[in-house]
Design a protein around this ligand. Sequence first.
Ligand code: F6P
Length: 319
Amino acid sequence: VKKIAVLTSGGDSQGMNAAVRAVVRSGLYHGLEVFAVQRGYSGLINDDIREMDLRSVGDIIQRGGTILQTARCKEFVTPEGQQLAADNLRKRGIDGLVVIGGDGSYQGANKLSKLGIKTMGLPGTIDNDIPFTDFTIGFDTAVSIVVDAINKIRDTMSSHERSSIVEVMGRHCGDIALYAGLASGAETILVPEVPYDLDEIANRMTENFSQGKRHSIIIVAEGVGKGENISAEIMKRNGIEPRVTVLGHIQRGGTPTHNDRILASSLGDFAVRRLIAGDSGKACGMVKGELVATDIDTVVHTKKQFNMELYELSKRLSQ
Ligand code: F6P
């Protein structure tokens, strides 16, 4: 490849900018011409593409969001849209593309790769729902934000001897709830991957309060349902009404942690090197400290395994 492009797509995540910087700087280091596509796949369709230089990605490694902006593009789902996107790249002589995004973005990358564009995917999502990588770019920062919020909620819950429900993002994946729950000592972690029993939760809460516990934190992954509904169900069973906090989009903003910046930098550089080596149609990831490239087709058809060991650990420690 001689010319490559980079785009960010789907929900943004902290560390996307660090990944864009790595792709641009690594590409230039290796003598490639590097382009950036604005607004994800809709920028490809609308030909919103500009050439990048070393300075175009200065002062962004520490910023949340994405300087390339992002979108969820309906037009790109059609075969016509995909063909137009591929043609727009080809007419500029761009033969390699790095897509930074989540599950939906990978499906788009898979389509473009089948149309002959050499494509690499980087896992950019707070959800940690992409298989063949231990962590996705943004997950570490999102979990830190949740842990920080729970610390604050815990202070006021203890003063008032209350119970609290914290609803977190993650779409169909319970990882944000699991990791943040374990790291903040939440009493109960509800995730879509594991069935739960509200009677048992309500009884345990009553018992804990009667034995002198001063607060109780339940963390609910959005894939389980609304925190408000869980609170109402608990109230029906034991008369205690947990206060509900929905953390929402604060989980997706703010400066990325060093872990996310290093993951993004390593994966961005790896994707460029794989393209130069002639690879295509791959999703890049880090597994047990090793950089790996897996067929995107396999990645989009595989469900990420839930970490039951960590879940069991959180249960053992939260009694
Ligand atoms: O995929 C990232 C994510 O933040 C999910 O956790 C959440 O379900 C969704 O995006 C929210 O999407 P939107 O920002 O479009 O409301």
